[in-house]
Design a protein around this ligand. Structure first.
Ligand SMILES: Cc1ncc(COP(=O)(O)O)c(C=O)c1O
Length: 1005
């Protein structure tokens, strides 16, 4: 007969007392009292001797195996020798097991143990300290039981949660919801325990660390009783059994779980595989409890202990039933500090490395966006009432006022808009699931949604409950045979339910659905909920889109930031200052002589390669910032700066290697004759110093400059820059400054139509120089840019420079080339713009691109000229040539070389010129000329009717292009030339985009 069918011992207490006195010397002649204890199948008593010493008397069920009782004795003895646990284990008082005949004359075995003082765990309030102490005790127990075993412990036992298949034949006792839960638990048990059983560690287990077998004293678990259920089973059973009771009646399951599991794991590490089964074992034990209760109650209606936990077990089962079993696994992995998902890193890396297409018809970054927040302090959620009509209106007018087409709802935002009981946390009923796991894209209902990468329809479902997703699509994406991840699209229109099918393959960029309208979209303002899931967690209809805050770390690993795919700039998500505030502060703090581009200024937040990103998360193609030569925010340049500035930064009065290394590399880019460098900080400083050097060398002051040239902002250089001194606020030409005509065949004094036009400009230069000397003045130098930037990107005609240099040198004056704009490979065919002209200047000045944004500039000249400058007056520059600047300059040269940027500028530039010429041939009434070298180009715009420079059109194009996300600027004496000088990473696609948009503008002009 099974011991569950055998009645517990039937005892006559008077007789029992006599028997005890007779059989145990400790009771002999003592006054003893007995108090009955609860037991399922035995009869147990507390024995009190003279109201002092207390013992526990255990009279076993007649059907109990003597071997198991002996086993208990052996184990108790052994555990009592282990220092970490002995205090928690009852001590054996009897020397041998004695036989007692009960009222039914059945043979019952008797044992006596010491009494552990305290209250039952079931009868005290639970808190973190107590729960921690429980976990610690269980951890020690599992640890010690690892190496103990006994053949009699290897047995089948109904209370063993790792083996519950016997329940299958008991299901018919249950009905409705209870039956469903039991069936579901059996299924889950099969997946999470049976199939995993070979991965679990087995050992002797206590088998019944329930709330009535745990003794508590001073808010700590101090004893573990009742070793009658010991069985060789998965080690993790003990933790599972204990949890199944400890979690009963807890509002905050999460904390209890965390408290017990953490402290258990600290003592005895739970394996990754054990975690997979742990919570199913908990559910299994609870299922056993309710099934046993149902069964036993029928047999022994009087034994109340049999159903002592039944109600509580059901309540906990109902709760756990609503929690995804994978979530429980992930949660315990997280508690035990295991990776939540083994493939998180590989999926994440795949996503980070991949290029995705847009989920909307156009790239999100080509739209102005505003954040639509549902945080508690947001205008959209204050006194929130779930009414989609007014909310939609509010969102739309907010977007309009903020010049935005699209609203973006934030990932991991804590929101107060999730109403209804569905959003109450099952892990802690005081909490709600209110942390958003996706990104929302608010756009018009009917907006197309496209697959950002190849995939397959995995779930297609109308989750038609209030506050839910409405029509939902989940795509599965395969990284390789074993690795997959998912993208979730919620709040769609019903169209996708007809058009798609589960299993249908979807190509990257293909339309999968459209944004739905209320009420069918879950009754929300029209938007797409976009989410990534690295694991589907066994879901086949829906997937959580919000989580409780306590689990947001965990969820960030299951559903990482969708922006990894959407690719909006991170700076957009920061709490950015309003543009109006920025502007008014700037105006009040900074001189207004500094201009700001565009009527509606751009508030830039970040930049990468050839792109800027503004406060609307909008991407702008940068066609003008040649200073960021090798691309904005280049990591190599940044690394060089950081590495050196963490090491040494000082001035040129000390020796440091990087200056020599860099100087050598820089000078190697020049003709041999130009072998000496002076480091300064800006182009202006370089030109200023070059002029000083020339004055010193020639002992002259007069200087020849090109008309419309700009050489810098210092006092001296304004005088050398007709672009400035002839313009607004300019004081006019000084006597020592002489101007030659720009050799502009288009609009200059002599035109292309004149076959001698170049010669005539050379002669003009000759006559200006002659005039200087006629007036008894002498010339120090001739300053000229190798391409005339402020002059309107004008290319010097062949032989012009060669001939003018001859004129200058005849007068022993110096020829200075200003390469501040054009240097460092930009012109494509050559590293320096002057090289095209077959001349070697006496001095070359460098700046802008030299440090990719870091202020470093230089004067490069010959030893002879430099030596003459060394006239006793020290040349000192606090910052010029410091180690950090040199390190950055050196890195810029390396990047130009390693990324082959000069060649790239040549190829891209030629392609650009060709494409622009194609536009010019189509719109020859608006474009007179496109010109340039490499990535230094200009488009000269004219008036439809009279071929005159068209400043208005140039300005209009600049503004229209800005609206299309392309930044350009104008220059030239008539401000009619569109200037193009982008970072050198600019590519053919960028060229195509610029030309496409220009073409559109010209077409509609
Ligand atoms: C040709 C040329 N030279 C010199 C300078 C002055 O350089 P910086 O602004 O670094 O002083 C500029 C600046 O625009 C320039 O275009």
């Amino acid at each position: 007969m099974s011991i569950f069918n055998s009645l517990p011992p039937k005892i006559n207490q008077i007789y029992l007392i006599k028997w005890l006195k007779l059989n145990y010397s400790i009771f002999y002649n003592k006054k003893i009292t007995l108090k009955k204890l609860n037991s399922e199948r035995d009869k147990n008593f507390i024995i009190n001797i003279d109201k002092k010493s207390t013992y526990v008397l255990k009279i076993s069920n007649p059907e109990e195996s003597i071997h198991l009782l002996k086993l208990q004795d052996i184990i108790l003895k052994k555990l009592n020798k282990r220092s970490d646990i002995k205090n928690f284990i009852p001590k054996k008082i009897h020397s041998s097991i004695k036989i007692y005949k009960d009222e039914l004359d059945r043979t019952c075995n008797v044992r006596i143990l010491n009494f552990i003082k305290g209250k039952m765990y079931a009868n005290v309030n639970h808190n973190k300290k107590l729960e921690n102490s429980l976990g610690t005790l269980l951890g020690h127990l599992s640890k010690e039981l690892q190496n103990l075993n006994d053949p009699y412990a290897i047995r089948k036992f109904e209370w063993d949660p790792s083996n519950i298949s016997w329940i299958n034949k008991e299901i018919q006792m249950f009905k409705n919801k209870n039956k469903k839960i039991i069936i579901k638990n059996l299924k889950e048990h099969n997946i999470f325990t049976t199939k995993n059983i070979n991965n679990l560690r087995f050992s002797l287990t206590h088998g019944d660390a329930n709330n009535y077998n745990l003794v508590v004293n001073k808010n700590k678990v101090c004893g573990l009783l009742d070793y009658g259920d010991m069985i060789y089973a998965p080690t993790i059973n003990d933790l599972a059994v204990s949890l199944s009771y400890a979690l009963m009646n807890k509002e905050d399951l999460y904390s209890t779980l965390k408290n017990i599991v953490t402290s258990y794991h600290n003592i005895f590490q739970i394996t990754f595989d054990e975690i997979f089964s742990l919570m199913t074992l908990v559910k299994a034990r609870l299922t056993i409890t309710v099934v046993m209760a149902e069964k036993q109650r029928k047999k022994f209606p009087d034994n109340k202990y049999l159903s002592i936990s039944e109600k509580d077990a059901w309540r906990l089962l109902y709760k756990l039933d609503l929690i995804n079993p994978y979530l429980l696994i992930f949660l315990i992995r997280d508690i035990c500090k295991y990776p939540i998902l083994k493939n998180y890193e590989s999926v994440n890396n795949f996503i980070k490395k991949n290029q995705f297409s847009s989920v909307l018809d156009t790239n999100l970054n080509q739209k102005n966006k505003s954040i639509i927040s549902f945080a508690s302090n947001s205008i959209f959620s204050k006194s929130y009432v779930h009414k989609p009509v007014p909310l939609t209106k509010k969102i739309n007018s907010y977007l309009k006022n903020n010049d935005s087409e699209i609203g973006i709802g934030l990932y991991q935002e804590k929101r107060n808009v999730y109403q209804g009981s569905n959003y109450i946390s099952q892990l802690n009923s005081k909490h709600r699931r209110d942390i958003h796991l996706g990104v929302d894209i608010f756009a018009k209902a009917g907006t197309n949604i496209r697959a950002p990468l190849d995939g397959k329809v995995f779930i297609l479902k109308d989750n038609a409950f209030e506050y839910d997703y409405g029509p939902t699509v989940i795509l599965e994406h395969e990284i390789d045979v074993s690795e997959k991840f998912y993208t979730i699209y919620g709040h769609l229109s019903k169209k996708c339910l007809k058009v798609l099918k589960v299993g249908k393959k979807i190509k990257k960029g293909k339309i999968i659905a459209e944004i739905g309208n209320y009420p069918i979209n879950g009754n929300w303002p029209p938007h797409l909920h976009f989410q990534i899931a690295i694991h589907m967690m066994g879901e086949d209809e829906n997937f959580p889109g919000v989580s409780e805050q306590i689990l947001s770390h965990l969820w960030s690993k299951i559903s990482p930031d969708p922006n990894l795919i959407l690719g909006m700039p991170n700076s957009f998500f920061k709490n950015n200052e309003k543009i109006e505030n920025l502007l008014s502060k700037r105006k009040s703090l900074i001189s207004n002589s500094l201009s700001i581009s565009y009527k509606k200024p751009l508030h830039l937040l970040e930049a990468k390669n050839q792109y800027f990103y503004d406060d609307k998360g909008r991407e702008y193609l940068d066609c003008v910032n040649n200073i960021s030569h090798v691309g904005h925010s280049h990591p190599k340049i940044h690394a060089a700066m950081v590495e050196q500035s963490l090491k040494l930064n000082t001035n040129t009065r000390y020796l440091y290697k990087i200056m020599n290394v860099y100087s050598k590399k820089l000078l190697s880019k020049f003709p041999q004759k130009l072998d000496t460098v002076f480091f300064v900080c800006t182009g202006s400083e370089a030109n200023d110093l070059a002029y000083r050097i020339a004055q010193n060398y020639t002992k002259s002051k007069d200087v020849l400059v090109m008309d419309n040239a700009y050489h810098g902002h210092t006092n001296t250089l304004i005088n050398l820059s007709p672009y400035k001194f002839k313009g607004k606020g300019g004081l006019g030409k000084k006597d020592f400054v002489h101007i030659v005509d720009m050799p502009d065949g288009l609009r200059g004094r002599w035109k292309y139509s004149d076959k001698d036009w170049v010669k005539k400009y050379i002669l003009q230069a000759q006559s200006v120089v002659d005039e200087i000397y006629k007036n008894k003045k002498t010339l120090s130098c001739f300053f000229i840019e190798s391409i005339l930037g402020c002059g309107g990107q004008i290319i010097l005609p062949p032989s012009y420079l060669k001939e003018v240099f001859k004129i200058i040198r005849k007068r022993k004056a110096l020829c200075i080339i200003d390469e501040v704009q054009t240097g460092f490979g930009r012109v494509g065919n050559f590293f320096w713009g002057f090289e095209e002209h077959g001349i070697i200047p006496d001095i070359v000045t460098l700046g802008k691109p030299m440090g990719n944004g870091h202020p470093i500039a230089a004067v490069v000249t010959t030893k002879k000229i430099a030596n003459k400058f060394n006239n006793g007056m020290e040349y000192f520059n606090s910052f010029g040539g410091n180690p950090v600047s040199c390190s950055i300059g050196n890195a810029v040269l390396d990047v130009i070389e390693n990324q082959k940027l000069q060649k790239h500028a040549k190829i891209t530039g030629d392609y650009f010129l060709k494409s622009l010429n194609r536009i010019k041939s189509k719109f020859s009434k608006l474009i007179s000329e496109v010109r340039g070298r490499g990535l230094f180009l200009g488009i000269d715009l004219i008036n439809n009717e009279n071929n005159l420079p068209n400043e208005k059109l140039a300005t209009l194009i600049i503004n229209k292009m800005r609206k299309r996300g392309i930044l350009l600027s104008t220059d030239g004496p008539y401000h009619n030339v569109i200037k193009i000088k982008p970072p050198m990473t600019f590519n053919k696609d960028n060229v195509d985009l610029v030309c496409f948009e220009l073409n559109n503008i010209f077409k509609n002009f």
